[in-house]
Design a protein around this ligand. Structure first.
Ligand code: NDP
Ligand code: MG
Length: 380
């Protein structure tokens, strides 16, 4: 029985992680969870799973819950997130959104805890700190993101130094059939309408700008230690091949499946075992009949190019890329800026930043908050 702590339990990945835990009561138990502000969902999760520790964002919510549920430890805010992530367990699932997930992850790693990581912003903003620390403390970092789970599975049992290329697939997001000119007037609603995946709003916008794939390229570089020249992105609109690894003998291993995040989530929880999923839809290639591929167009999807640039630059530049994007996407969702301004603001933030190489945590946190302010000021 694996004891699980789930950060971001009320989000899209969090709810699907809860589905997996519910499907396998013999294998997993949810001992702790964190939520942001969605108290309705938090109450439901507490009633169903009876965890030992719960973190919410606001102190007043923690207080209210403490009155309702006796015998559960309630904590709050960023400090509470660390209390929850370091609570006694086997696996920490990090499914919060944004770089707020960084410090809780680093603290759990210090305890040698296995980390199932969905929270890609953490790996983009400070991947070197996470991986160095994981090595030092012997903590396993298991990918939840479908592309990285695919790469991880394709590399299983292989010698990583004999792999020559990582090929990440990209569905293209909500606007894949639009030209750049057609992007100028798109609305928040249009952007939130993803063709293949149902996800939280921030990552759905990231998919539309293609910055999500850019964050994933950096995430792949961090997790598998591949040079950026050896990471490719391929447009594949059906989202059936989740990614591929090419080996030095030109053989290519692909991982396939229906677009269902519960598969990679479950694999990260059950690893190195696999568990059945009797209720899940199985892949039927005869029914799908056709898979399509197309070379990535870096002019059309400029945000992806910016991510490669930031990754190659390294140091604090990936922190700036991530923070600028988080700020700009929030502004787009608040209808303060247009869709194309997201990548414009990211590019301006990157141009204005002088990279610091091998940054420590303090330097990263400073670059992150400075960038958010810089991007906010771009509105004025
Ligand atoms: P959601 O927006 O759906 O959920 C985010 C979760 O984080 C919620 O539980 C939310 O709480 C909580 N949260 C938000 N802000 C804070 C904060 N400041 N402090 C503490 N908790 C906070 O996101 P997703 O589930 O879509 O994504 C989670 C992560 O997984 C992201 O990094 C994303 O890139 C990655 N990912 C997601 C995929 C998907 O299919 N959704 C696929 C692959 C990766 P509340 O809602 O209660 O306020
Ligand atoms: Mg992904």
């Amino acid at each position: 029985m694996k004891k699980i702590i789930l950060l971001g339990a009320t989000g899209s990945i969090g709810i699907q992680t809860a589905d997996i835990i519910r499907e396998h009561p013999e294998a997993f138990s949810l001992v702790g969870l964190s939520a942001g502000r969605n108290m309705e969902k938090t109450r439901e999760l507490i009633q169903e799973f009876q965890p030992e520790i719960v973190c919410v964002q606001l102190a007043e919510d923690a207080q209210k819950l403490q009155h309702e549920f006796k015998g559960i430890l309630f904590v709050h805010g960023n400090k509470g997130l660390i209390d929850a992530s370091t609570y006694e367990a086997d696996v920490l699932v990090n499914a919060v959104i944004g770089s707020v997930g960084l410090e809780p992850t680093l603290e759990a790693i210090k305890l040698g805890r296995t980390i199932a990581i969905a929270n890609k912003e953490t790996l983009v903003t400070a991947g070197h700190l996470v991986m160095q620390s994981a090595k030092k403390y012997g903590a396993d970092i298991l990918p939840v993101d479908s592309e990285h789970s695919a790469l991880f599975q394709a590399l299983n049992g292989e010698k990583i130094e004999q792999a020559s290329r990582l090929i990440l697939t990209a569905s293209g997001g909500s606007f894949r059939d639009k030209t750049r000119d057609e992007l100028a007037g798109v609305t928040v609603e249009d952007a939130l309408n993803h063709p293949n995946w149902s996800m939280g709003s921030k990552i759905t916008i990231d998919s539309a700008t293609m910055l999500n794939k850019g964050l994933e390229v950096i995430e792949a570089h961090v997790l598998f230690d591949f040079a950026y020249d050896d990471i490719d992105v391929l447009l594949h609109r059906e989202s059936i091949i989740h990614s591929m690894v090419e080996f030095q003998d030109t053989s290519v291993m692909a991982q396939l499946g229906t677009p269902d995040m519960r598969v990679p989530i479950q694999y990260a929880l059950s690893y190195p075992d696999r568990l059945p999923r009797p209720a899940a839809k199985r892949l039927d290639l005869a029914e799908i009949a056709q898979l399509n591929f197309k070379a990535m167009d870096y002019e059309r999807f400029r945000a992806l190019k910016l991510a490669f640039d930031a990754g190659r630059e390294g140091g604090t530049m990936t922190t700036v890329l991530n923070a600028a994007n988080e700020q700009a996407v929030a502004m787009f969702l608040n209808r303060q800026i247009g869709f194309l301004q997201i990548e414009e603001f990211i590019e301006r933030a990157m141009l204005g930043h002088k990279t610091i190489a091998s940054p420590d945590l303090e330097t990263i946190l400073a670059a992150d908050s400075e960038t958010r302010k810089t991007v906010e000021n771009m509105l004025k």
